[in-house]
Ligand binder design. Structure first.
Ligand code: TXE
Length: 497
C-alpha cells in the first residue's frame, strides 16, 4: 500500500466554508441550504457547500457582463494569452493540491488526476493562450459590379460573443472546465461556470489561482448548486450569450430545447453516446486485449469518449474474453490516493446504483457476465470491472450508455455487417478501428458515423484536434481552430468609397 498523505493545504481547504466565486471574491451566498461533497472511496462527507440560487446567478452574470464590456474584451489579445499561460504555470505549481482535491471528490486514481486534470489542463490552457493573438477576420472582394465607378471593400471581424455559461460534469471537474474557460477567455469572452454538484470544490480553487495569475475580477465566476436550480437560472438569464455543456444526452437535449425556447440559439453540446471499438481479423488476441483495456476501462469507464461496444472477429472471441478477464483480475482496485491503484470507485452513489441496476438488467436479459458484474464488498462505491458477452445487438448494454467499467462484446464475421452494426445507434461521439491494414481502415473511415475516429488507439484527445459528436452525441466542436466559430460572432463590414 502506498497511500499518499494529504497535503496540509488540502485539509485546510476542505475545512473552509464553501459557496461560490463571484467578481474575484469567494462568497457563501444568501441561500440557507447546503449540500455535501462525498468522498466516493469512503462514502463519507468531506465538505459542505452552500447551494446557489437566483441571487448568486444574477450577481455572477452581472459581474461577467461588466468585466466583458469594460475590461476583458478591451484587453489586448497578447495579454489575454499571457494570463492563460500564467494560470497554466500556477496549475502546475499547485499540482498536487489540485490533484488530491480532484481524487477526493471524484474517486479518480491520483496518477490520473495529476496527469489529466492538472497536467493536461495546463497544456490545454497553453494551446488556447496561443490562439488569442491569431483570431482574425479576412478581407474580401465585393463581387457585384459597380454602376457609377464607385468602389467597395469588405472585411470580416471575429468579435467575442459575450458572457458564456459553462455547465460542467463530474468526471473531469478541472479539465473539462478548463476546455470551456480556455476557449472563452482566449476569444475575449467572460465565463460563469456551474460545476457538477458532485465535484464543486476544485474550480473554486482554480478561480483563486486565476486571480493570482492576473485575470481580472469578474472574468471567471463560479456558481455552485443543482442543475435544475442554478443551471436553469443561468441558461435563462438575459445576459447569457452562449452555453457550453458537457454531460449526459438527456440533460443535453433539455438544455438544447431550453436555449432555443429562450432565443439563445448558441449552444455547444458535448454529450455521451455508446461508442464502438472494432477489431479486424488481422489483430492478434493480445493486441485486441491491450486495445480493449485502453478503450474501455480508464477512469472506471467514466469518459464520454470511451468505448462500450466491442466488436471482435468470432474466431478470436473466446480467447479475447478469457485473456481480458485474466488481465482485469490482476488490475489493482483500491483507494484513489494509493499511487499504485489502477481503478478507483465510481464517482458518486447515484452512478453506482445505476451501474448495479445495469448489471441486474444484463442478468435479466440473459446476457453472459463473463467477468465481474457486482459491487465490491467494501465501503465506498466500488464495482468490479466487467465483461459481458451480448446475446445480440439488441441487448440493453449494447444500446444504452453505462458510463462505467463495463465492456459489452459482440462477435462478427463480415466487415459490411460490422460497419452497419457500428452505425446502428442514435449516437456518434467516437469510434475506433484496430487493424494493421491501413488501406482498409482508410476506406472504412468515411463510412463510420462518429465525430472522432481513432485508428489503433482510443480515447486520446488533443487540443489541436477538433472534438465533438454527430447525431445525438451533440453539436459543435471543441479545440483546434473549430472552437473559434463557437465563441465569436462573425461581423461583416462593407465600405463604399
Ligand atoms: O449528468 P448530467 P449526471 C452520464 C452518465 C451518468 C449520467 C447522469 O451516464 O450516469 O450522465 O449523470 C447539470 N439545466 N454522464 O446527472 O445531468 C448538472 O448539475 C442545467 C456522461 O451528473 O448530464 C451537472 O453540472 N444544467 C457525461 C451537468 O449538468 C443541468 C458526464 C451534468 O449533469 C440540468 C457526466 C438542467 N436542467 C455524466 N440538469 C459525459 N458525456 O461526459 C443537470 N445539469
Amino acid at each position: 500500500m502506498s497511500e499518499i498523505n494529504l497535503l496540509e493545504s488540502v485539509t485546510a481547504f476542505l475545512r473552509r466554508s464553501h459557496g461560490h466565486y463571484i467578481n474575484g471574491v469567494s462568497i457563501l451566498g444568501q441561500e440557507n441550504e447546503t449540500f455535501s461533497v462525498v468522498n466516493p472511496a469512503t462514502g463519507e462527507t468531506i465538505a459542505m457547500v452552500n447551494q446557489g440560487g437566483e441571487n448568486e446567478v444574477n450577481q455572477a452574470m452581472q459581474a461577467a457582463s461588466t468585466a466583458f464590456h469594460g475590461v476583458w474584451a478591451e484587453t489586448s489579445p497578447m495579454e489575454r494569452g499571457n494570463c492563460l499561460n500564467r494560470l497554466a504555470d500556477l496549475l502546475l505549481k499547485n499540482s498536487e493540491q489540485l490533484a488530491q482535491l480532484e481524487s477526493l471528490c471524484s474517486g479518480k486514481p491520483i496518477q490520473l488526476s495529476r496527469m489529466l486534470d492538472v497536467g493536461a489542463s495546463a497544456d490545454y490552457l497553453r494551446y488556447f493562450a496561443g490562439w488569442s493573438s491569431k483570431i482574425s477576420g479576412e478581407t474580401l472582394d465585393v463581387s457585384l459590379p459597380s454602376f457609377k465607378g464607385e468602389k467597395y471593400t469588405a472585411f470580416t471581424r471575429r468579435e467575442p460573443i459575450g458572457v458564456v455559461v459553462g455547465i460542467i460534469p463530474w468526471n473531469f471537474s478541472i479539465m473539462i472546465a478548463i476546455w470551456k474557460l480556455g476557449a472563452a477567455l482566449t476569444s475575449g469572452c467572460t465565463v460563469v461556470l456551474k460545476p457538477s454538484e458532485y465535484t464543486p470544490l476544485t474550480m473554486l480553487r482554480v478561480a483563486e489561482l486565476a486571480k493570482e495569475a492576473g485575470i481580472p475580477d469578474g472574468v471567471i465566476n463560479i456558481v455552485n448548486g443543482s442543475g435544475a436550480g442554478v443551471g436553469t437560472h443561468l441558461l435563462t438569464h438575459p445576459l447569457c450569450a452562449k452555453v457550453t455543456f458537457t454531460g449526459s444526452v438527456p440533460t443535453g437535449k433539455l438544455i438544447g430545447k431550453s436555449v432555443m425556447e429562450h432565443g439563445l440559439f448558441r449552444a455547444t453540446l458535448e454529450l455521451g453516446g455508446k461508442n464502438a471499438a472494432a477489431f479486424l481479423s488481422d489483430m492478434p488476441v493480445e493486441k485486441i486485449v491491450d486495445g480493449v483495456l485502453e478503450a474501455g476501462y480508464m477512469n472506471q469507464g467514466q469518459i464520454c469518449a470511451a468505448a462500450e461496444r466491442f466488436y471482435i472477429p468470432s474466431v478470436h472471441m473466446d480467447a479475447v474474453l478469457k485473456l481480458l478477464s485474466e488481465r482485469l483480475s490482476a488490475m489493482k482496485i483500491g483507494s484513489p490516493l494509493d499511487e499504485t491503484t489502477e481503478m478507483g470507485p465510481l464517482a458518486n452513489k447515484e452512478h453506482y446504483e445505476k451501474i448495479l441496476s445495469l448489471f441486474e438488467k444484463a442478468r435479466q436479459e440473459g446476457s453472459e457476465i463473463v467477468y465481474g458484474g457486482h459491487a465490491l464488498e467494501r465501503k465506498g462505491f466500488f464495482v468490479m470491472p466487467t465483461v459481458i458477452r451480448a446475446k445480440s445487438a439488441d441487448d440493453t448494454l449494447m444500446k444504452e450508455e453505462t458510463f462505467g467499467p463495463i465492456g459489452t462484446f459482440l462477435s462478427y464475421d463480415d466487415e459490411e455487417e460490422l460497419i452497419a452494426m457500428m452505425n446502428a445507434t442514435p449516437f456518434g461521439l467516437s469510434a475506433s478501428l484496430w487493424t494493421n491494414d491501413l488501406g482498409k481502415a482508410m476506406r472504412m473511415t468515411s463510412r463510420i458515423e462518429a465525430g472522432i475516429l481513432w485508428i489503433n488507439m482510443h480515447t486520446f484527445l488533443d487540443p489541436a484536434v477538433p472534438f465533438g459528436g454527430v447525431k445525438s452525441s451533440g453539436m459543435g466542436r471543441e479545440f483546434g481552430s473549430a472552437f473559434i466559430e463557437h465563441y465569436t460572432e462573425l461581423k461583416s463590414v462593407i465600405m463604399r468609397y
